[in-house]
Design a protein around this ligand. Structure first.
Ligand code: NOJ
Length: 571
């Protein structure tokens, strides 16, 4: 077994009232690695990744050097939305293992000094959940239907949906049940939205938080944290009216101020544990409203998706980092940095696509990429990976926590070539194939260059793996000094010795396409997103770079970390 990590330097100064520093919460400066369990490692050979598979790779995670693992849903699910349709929040999908297996995983990771974060999906259940089955059986007007959002239809015979709202995955947001009523689902039809005005719904999620906290889980990632509470008073607005309404805390469906009443209750439960359990919001809201979720009395931390939506462009990076550090300081939280996750086209691929002309909002351009998938013929694989490595070293040098997505450490690209009949993402079917969906970043990982399913398991893989996965296999990269896996390992090991909570200072470069910041202990990070090399000034020793090289030159499309030969502690 790999030895536990040395303790990260306690530099994040949370002060107790008498002015003494206390041990900083682990999540403030953590590297959190997202595991998508059904695609990580398959121990029983049924083609679906499982909990025992993750346990079997615990040493890999320790060697990679991550501080925490976030597990996407592993709960019983009909897999209408990759597990984000949860049939039972307090159990493990039998195809993935048992609660005892989950306990063994928590122990295996804790023994290696790695924290565990699990996913909570509170906006909707699966239609297979006991509550929804009860609601269907009990009929209109029943108490069981009150836990969800049922309405009568419109039109002379109620055969039209209550409104013209569209679901996030395309198609109508209402589905009709046998007795003629309609229920609301902001995502797939198999994901009915819960009624968060219902006390039993609120209490049940408190029970779920306690259930996993009692089992030793260290934190929670909250799915679509901004959508739980709704104002559905009649008359309901049309889709066009909804779109026109400001998102100022009073919008009927999005980012309502009253959702924080829910999280205040959650926080009380999370803080009743020692140490308090962490929570991070997945809240796709206006940047200015992100701090509401990151306040200590709410969830405590919130994903910042700005870099994920940005071009690999030094000027954009600098502006977004400056803005987000300011937002983080407003909430008292630390910032988070994300380049890839299970919902978006992998960043190596995004960066290999033709650049936008700059005339559109990068948020829209990002959304476009993620919905459309990478048009493979336009992809420059080498450039994409080169820029991805540069961007990763750029974010790993920043203050705050960084979320990594499984496979990015192998330099994986999106898998664009998945036949229609193998696609699983509901987006694909609900848009008639117009949006390919997110399967391309969820293809089971290649562990070995040889063997069926590239070492994922003894059987097949639930999504088809392309032949080029062999080049990216973990066993090929292990020990190769220039591989992406080695780069991540070295970066995370160095970061562990250098990271602090202190802010950064920008250093002028005189170039729009080169960004340079310095952190305490004379840690310099220089990113060149242009094509011409940049020579860094000062008495600096090179620590690590995203492309092979030496000396003060930072080639185009690369990041280098340096350390000032003169500095000991301060900037
Ligand atoms: C966000 C999750 O990240 C995504 O995968 C899921 O489809 C939706 N929420 C609905 O739960």
């Amino acid at each position: 077994m790999t030895a536990p990590h040395p303790t990260a330097p306690a530099t994040d100064t949370d002060l107790v009232p008498d002015g003494h520093a206390v041990v900083p919460p682990w999540w403030r400066q953590a590297v959190v690695y997202q595991v998508y369990p059904r695609s990580f490692a398959d121990a029983d050979g049924d083609g679906l990744g499982d909990i025992a598979g993750i346990v079997s790779r615990a040493d890999y995670l320790a060697e990679l050097g991550v501080d925490a693992v976030w597990l996407s849903p592993f709960y019983p699910s009909a897999l209408a939305d990759g597990g984000y349709d949860v049939a039972d929040y307090r159990d493990v999908d039998p195809r993935l293992g048992t609660l005892e297996d989950l306990d063994a995983l928590v122990t295996a990771l804790h023994t290696r000094g790695i924290k565990v974060v699990v996913d909570i999906v509170p906006n909707h259940t699966s239609d297979q959940h006991r509550w929804f089955q009860e609601a269907l059986a009990a009929g209109r007007g029943s108490a069981a239907r009150e836990r969800y959002i049922f309405r009568e239809g419109t039109g002379p015979d109620g055969s039209l949906p209550p409104t013209d709202w569209e679901s996030t995955f395309g198609g109508p947001a209402w589905t009709r049940v046998a007795d003629g009523q309609w229920y609301l689902h902001n995502f797939a039809a198999e994901q009915p939205d819960l009624n968060w005005d219902h006390r039993e719904v609120r209490d049940d999620f408190l029970t779920t938080l306690r259930f996993w906290s009692d089992r030793g889980v260290d934190g929670f990632r909250i799915d679509v944290a901004h959508m739980l509470t709704k104002d559905l008073s009649e008359p309901l607005p049309s889709a066009a009216e909804l779109k026109a309404l400001p998102r100022d805390g009073n919008h009927p469906l999005h980012d309502r101020d009253d959702v924080h009443e829910v999280y205040a209750e959650w926080r009380t439960v999370l803080n009743s544990y020692d140490p308090p359990r962490a929570a991070v919001a997945e809240a796709w809201v206006d940047s200015a409203r992100v701090p509401l979720y990151a306040r200590p009395e709410s969830l405590g931390q919130s994903f910042n998706f700005d870099l994920l939506l940005a071009e690999p462009d030094a000027a954009q990076f600098r502006r977004l980092v400056t803005d987000n550090l300011e937002l983080a300081s407003r909430s008292g939280s630390s910032s988070t940095w994300v380049l890839s996750n299970h919902d978006v086209v992998r960043h190596a691929t995004r960066y290999g696509l033709p650049r936008g002309d700059g005339s559109r909002d990068p948020r829209e351009r990002g959304a476009d990429w993620l919905l459309r998938g990478g048009p493979e013929e336009e992809l420059d694989r080498d450039l994409g990976l080169r820029l991805a490595r540069a961007a990763t070293l750029f974010v790993l040098g920043l203050p705050g926590s960084t979320y990594l997505y499984q496979g990015e450490e192998l330099g994986l690209h999106e898998v664009a070539d998945i036949p229609a009949d193998r696609r699983q993402d509901p987006t694909f079917a609900r848009t008639g194939g117009a949006h390919v969906g997110r399967d391309g970043c969820r293809v089971p990982l290649p562990w070995t260059a040889e063997g069926g399913s590239f070492g994922f398991g003894a059987g097949g893989a639930h999504l088809p793996q392309p032949a080029w996965f062999a080049r990216h296999a973990a066993d090929v990269q292990d020990g190769d000094p220039d591989s992406t896996l080695t780069l991540y390992r070295r970066a995370l090991a160095l970061r562990r010795t250098l990271q602090t909570a202190e802010r950064l200072e920008w250093v002028g470069t005189g170039r729009e396409d080169v960004v340079h910041y310095v952190r305490p202990h004379g840690w310099h990070v220089v990113t060149n997103t242009g094509t011409e090399p940049y020579r860094v000034a000062g008495d600096l020793e090179r620590l690590l770079a995203s492309v092979p090289g030496d000396g003060p030159d930072v080639p185009g499309g690369s990041t280098a970390w340096f350390r000032s030969r003169r500095s000991s502690a301060g900037l």
